[in-house]
Design a protein around this ligand. Structure first.
Ligand SMILES: Cc1ncc(COP(=O)(O)O)c(C=O)c1O
Length: 400
């Protein structure tokens, strides 16, 4: 049979990161390309005990369909957790469990924007949001970043300009803490400025915070949601980086009217989030395992970040890079005349892989950029991989 696919599918490309996964398995390859948490951080023994407990005590509900908005006990518990750990004051009605936070990234453009309308993102931004925007035919305006995250004065200029042309973006999407891909974190005064601008232009904010718990240095900075006095912010959280991504459990915190819309859409997407995973997340918090696991993950990742930064300081020439206080990534900028995409073939030949920065832009990519993951590779591979990358850049420069 010759299948005919919709016009929309022509716009959707398999992400470069997924393509890169092919190379990770080549013998001897050191890949900084993936975005995978390190399996050493998966609390498999504890989760095995939890699973036994669930099967003994709540199998009939843990294996049953659940409510679209999520397991009530988990929502209650998340409301307490958010109050205690993040100073986010919300009721369980403000919380909806999702199949990873990616489900919210897919749903929110549909909920807020019609095809052809605009949203604002950081440039660069997370590929999962970019592919959702493409799939949903929503356009985006990118706002540049410096090492303090989205440049809010540029945001203001762009919103003013859009307004003068009669365009109002439907939301501002930001990852203010340990941004993916760049690793930057927005300081408090800029967060306040962002909220002021959003209020002034009456545009909701989506705050994506998958890495907030993974801080290796510096002081914790309040989330936008905790600073939000006027219900501007929809907040996305996930268990992927603090428990296990395979369980696909995330949550969205927003106003009930937003969650009502999300509920209708989610019924069309998957009816409800995996009940078993939600019970596991519930027990993971109830038994306090989360509070033992996060410090272990932080110790492992801090060491790996430091090894990568030290190797960059030792071997890398003619490039600059971010020095993230947490998260999983750092961002390398090569000299202006270099193209990280063209260089990738040489890098693969030298048995090192990265994601080219252009994968993280909707429009006008900065071709001289790349994202490096520091959480997955072994300590030795991080050092060796950075040596290979430095060599690749040198060779590429000589060939230009
Ligand atoms: C910024 C950002 N948002 C969302 C996600 C998706 O996470 P989840 O596993 O919760 O779907 C990721 C995963 O890497 C991410 O980096």
């Amino acid at each position: 049979m010759k299948f005919e696919f919709s016009d929309n599918m022509k716009n959707l490309k398999s992400s470069e990161i997924r393509e890169l996964l092919k190379y990770i398995h080549m013998p001897g390859m050191i890949s900084f390309g993936g975005g995978l948490p390190n399996p050493e951080t998966f609390p498999s023994k504890e989760l095995k005990d939890i699973l036994d407990d669930i099967m003994d005590n709540y199998a009939s509900s843990a294996l049953q369909y659940g409510q679209t908005e999520g397991l009530p006990e988990l929502k209650d518990q998340l409301a307490e957790y958010l109050k205690r750990d993040e100073n986010i004051n919300v009721a369980p009605e403000n919380i909806m469990l999702t199949t990873g936070s990616q489900q919210a990234l897919y749903a929110l453009p549909i909920i807020f924007a019609n095809p052809g309308e605009y949203v604002v993102t950081e440039a660069p931004t997370y590929v999962g949001m970019l592919s959702s925007l493409t799939a949903n035919q929503v356009k985006s305006v990118g706002v540049s970043m410096d090492d303090e995250g989205m440049i809010t004065t540029e945001l203001e200029d762009k919103l003013r300009d859009l307004k003068s042309r009669g365009t109002k973006p439907k939301f501002i999407y930001t990852i203010p803490t340990f941004q993916n891909p760049a690793g930057y974190t927005m300081p408090l005064d800029r967060r306040k400025h962002l909220l002021e601008i959003a209020e002034q232009y009456d545009i909701p904010i989506i705050e994506d915070n998958p890495y907030g718990d993974l801080r290796y240095s510096g002081q914790k900075i309040p989330t936008l949601k905790s600073l939000d006095k006027n219900e501007m912010v929809t907040y996305l959280g996930t268990f992927s980086k603090i428990m296990a991504p395979g369980l696909r459990t995330g949550f969205t915190v927003s106003q009930p009217e937003v969650l009502d819309e999300f509920n209708k859409l989610k019924q069309a997407m998957d009816l409800a989030t995996n009940s078993l995973s939600q019970y596991i997340a519930y027990e993971y918090i109830r038994k306090g395992i989360i509070y033992k696991q996060i410090p272990k993950t932080i110790d492992l990742y801090r060491k790996k970040r430091d090894i990568m930064l030290e190797a960059l300081d030792d071997y890398m020439e003619d490039a600059t890079w971010s020095r993230p206080d947490g998260g999983m990534f750092l961002w390398v900028k090569l000299s202006k005349n270099m193209d990280a995409f063209k260089m990738l073939k040489r890098a693969i030949n030298n048995k090192v892989a990265y994601v080219t920065g252009s994968a993280f832009y909707h429009n006008e990519p900065e071709l001289n950029t790349m994202r490096l993951n520091f959480t997955y590779s072994s300590d030795e591979d991080i050092k060796e991989g950075i040596k290979r990358l430095a060599k690749t850049i040198k060779e590429e420069k000589q060939s230009l």
